[in-house]
Ligand binder design. Structure first.
Ligand code: NAD
Ligand code: ZN
Length: 376
């Protein structure tokens, strides 16, 4: 490639500060260094976690940055020491790495690689430097991925290679939302055949959790959301019952207990709200109920000890528990062979320039996933 080894100037949506619209800018993207890959991003989804960092998080550091962590693209060039990737490979950049060497990667119980952005909170690469500059300033790489840019650079331990015929403007969603919700049900909760489940929050993450419950053989799946417009989609993914907590004058956990003779076997919180987390736990049946936290918030949450003393399990999941570099190519294959749905999550398509409209659609609950065309 003519650009290999050179700085690339390209378009990116920069978040200069919290609570402000993103600005389209020309940024400089440095060549990949040892072990790194420079990727031409083709398409990206917008996930609530991007909105969380921009509007909701308590930690206002981490700006200026390029957001976006649900993208797919093509390798433009590779740095020294990279042997598993070559220019032209189709890839998904990941916000969770799999180095294969740390004690977490070597343990089958977890996907929490020690080299991840999530372990050291640099907001950038797997080391505290960034490959992006704009107007003479370093720009952070949010979650290490920064897919709201035509080019990005990422360590090879956080890149998954996928098959050449995968449609990048769809499988990009497997890089976060779908893998997260689906894996939360099939891996973290371990939903069993014949079980009764409840999914709180019906964005892409929650709908993917519904799909996971269905594919794991659940007999009844309650879809819970305060936005009733989400119920129709939830049906497509396999939900059997629909509840709006605002339509009842008693806690939703009591409503569920009455409808299920004591509570659900599995509940999944896909909102990112401490009150909903508590409600999801309280909705589980005593003795064996399992509740999984999927939604993200940096606010404390609480529950009465009796909820756990009575034999329930409360757990959480990052990226659906998948050892992601190994698992993503398999998920892409599951999509290509019809085992899991992806297209059904896509409600809007736009160009990168319309990023603020896409953010607004999600903020106001009008879309499930908007796919942004980054480069043709
Ligand atoms: P989204 O905004 O598209 O969906 C959230 C849904 O929750 C909406 O349908 C909304 O109407 C509903 N909701 C809001 N308040 C509610 C309430 N009180 N009761 C019931 N439903 C309510 O978001 P998304 O992209 O699907 O992401 C969902 C959550 O998952 C976010 O918190 C996001 O940060 C988190 N997330 C976590 C991981 C992870 O690895 N754990 C990965 C991706 C996203
Ligand atoms: Zn996400």
């Amino acid at each position: 490639m003519a650009t290999a080894g050179k700085v690339i100037k390209c378009r990116a949506a920069v978040a200069w500060e919290p609570n402000a619209p993103l600005m389209m800018e020309e940024i400089e993207v440095a060549p990949p260094q040892e072990g790194e890959i420079r990727i031409k991003v083709v398409a990206t989804g917008v996930c609530h976690t991007d909105l969380y960092h921009l509007f909701e998080g308590k930690d206002k550091r981490g700006f200026p940055t390029v957001l976006g962590h649900e993208g797919a693209g093509v390798v433009e060039s590779v740095g020294p020491g990279v042997t598993d990737f070559k220019p032209g490979d189709k890839v998904i950049p990941l916000f969770l790495s799999q180095c294969g060497e740390c004690k977490f990667c070597k343990c089958p119980k977890t996907n929490m690689c020690d080299c991840s952005w999530s372990s050291n909170y640099h907001d950038i690469m797997s080391d505290p430097t960034t490959r992006f500059t704009c107007r003479g300033q370093p720009i952070l790489q949010f979650m290490g991925t920064s897919t709201f840019s035509e080019y990005t650079v990422i360590n090879q331990i956080a890149v998954a290679k996928i098959v050449d015929d995968a449609p990048l403007d769809r499988v990009c969603l497997l890089g976060c939302g779908i893998a997260t919700g689906y894996g939360a049900a099939v891996n973290t909760a371990g939903v069993t055949p014949g079980s009764v489940c409840a999914v709180f929050g019906l964005g892409a993450v929650g709908l993917a959790a519904v799909m996971g419950c269905k594919n794991a053989g659940a007999s009844r799946i309650f879809a819970v959301d305060i936005n009733e417009q989400k119920f129709e989609k939830a049906k497509v993914f396999g939900a059997t019952d629909f509840l709006n907590p605002k339509a009842y004058d008693k806690p939703i956990s009591e409503v569920l207990a009455e409808l299920t003779n004591g509570g659900v076997d599995f509940s999944l919180e896909c909102v990112g709200n401490p009150e909903v987390s508590r409600a999801a736990l309280e909705s589980c049946i005593k003795g064996w109920g399992v509740s999984v936290l999927v939604g993200y918030t940096d606010v404390d949450f609480s529950a009465r000890p009796i909820q756990l003393i009575s034999g329930k399990t409360w757990k959480g999941t990052l990226l659906g528990g998948y050892k992601i570099k190994d698992s993503l190519p398999k998920l892409v294959n599951d999509y290509m062979t019809g085992k899991i749905m992806v297209d059904e999550f896509i409600t809007h398509k736009m160009d990168l320039e319309q990023i603020n409209d896409a953010i607004n659609l999600m903020k106001t609950g009008q879309c499930i996933r908007c796919i942004l065309n980054i480069s043709k």
